[in-house]
Design a binder for this molecule. Structure first.
Ligand code: HXC
Length: 260
């Protein structure tokens, strides 16, 4: 795997850890970082040994948003390309073939909060802060925030965050369901690894298809989402993992899922 300028990738046990690494600008995202992330995700998606992914910005900051220096001078067509790239990468994460955990220290603002929203599970350090401050720059959230935020926290809190641009602390983020857990900063990565290992031990096929049902449901009516769920559910009976899971239960042992 090649070296990346804006990312660090580690691979241990069955988990992958991506650390965003543009510390001078608090991990602000530009096209180069997004392209690297797309490339890395492509590589990891093909690696069957990796069964769960952690995305973090390191111990100081998650992401302070899109790179304002870059955006401030950009022409509309350049911004059209940039935001399309942002959507491509964030959708890739949302639909990734492995579960993705965001481990959030410090600020997750604008495109950073949207990046966290594209992940499946968000856990945060007690120093984490969240916000969609784009309104203060004369723009709006453009990397999915107007859509994903309200699906996660409901339109009431989404309106509040997007319209005021206010930054909220981790405890409020937990209360509104933006994150599922808060930990002291020193314990966050240990917890993220624990959670990733827990997910990595499940059936990769069931994991992928559960995610597919949830994501498909967000884009469809209840009845078509329910129908999709039924078909996918029945399809899982064609897998070895289903047999292993049920046999292990009956034999009172831990299942060993192979992803087949
Ligand atoms: C470019 C940024 C940046 C950003 C911080 N920096 N955020 N550069 N884009 N989004 C740079 C600063 O200019 C500064 O560089 C250095 O990082 C440290 O930042 P400070 O402001 O000095 O740190 P601090 O006082 O601790 O304040 C932290 C902060 C603040 C609250 C996070 O930096 C801030 O408000 N940043 C902007 C947040 C924001 O509006 N995000 C939304 C962006 S729009 P120097 O050279 O001075 O040391 C967006 C659109 C989505 O996200 C795009 C889709 C991908």
């Amino acid at each position: 795997m090649r070296e990346f300028k804006n990312l660090i990738y580690q691979n241990e046990d069955n988990i992958g850890i991506i650390t965003l690494n543009r510390p001078k600008v608090l991990n602000a995202t530009n096209s180069e970082l997004l392209k690297e992330l797309a490339e890395l995700l492509d590589e990891i998606s093909g690696d069957d040994k990796v069964r769960a992914l952690i995305l973090t910005g390191g111990e100081k900051v998650f992401v302070a948003g899109g790179d304002i220096q870059f955006m401030s001078q950009a022409a509309p067509l350049e911004m059209e390309k940039f935001i399309a790239l942002g959507h491509k990468v964030y959708d890739r994460i949302a639909n990734f073939n492995k579960p993705v955990i965001a481990a959030i220290f410090g600020m997750a603002l604008g495109g950073g909060c949207e990046l966290a929203l594209a992940c499946d599970i968000r856990i945060a350090a007690d120093n984490a802060k969240f916000g969609q401050p784009e309104i203060n720059l004369g723009i709006i959230p453009g990397a999915g925030g107007t859509q994903r935020l309200s699906r996660v926290v409901g339109p009431g809190w989404a309106n509040y965050l997007i319209m005021t641009g206010r930054i909220i602390k981790a405890d409020l983020a937990l209360k509104i369901g933006l994150v599922t857990e808060i930990l002291p900063a020193g314990q966050l990565m240990t917890r993220a690894r624990e959670l990733a290992l827990e997910l990595a031990a499940k059936s990769p096929v069931a994991m992928r298809l559960a995610k597919s049902c949830i994501n498909n449901g967000a884009n469809s009516s209840l009845s078509s989402g329910l129908l999709y769920e039924q078909k996918v559910w029945a399809l899982l009976f064609a897998t070895e993992d289903q047999k292993e899971g049920m046999n292990a239960f009956l034999e009172k042992r831990k299942p060993e899922f192979k992803g087949k």
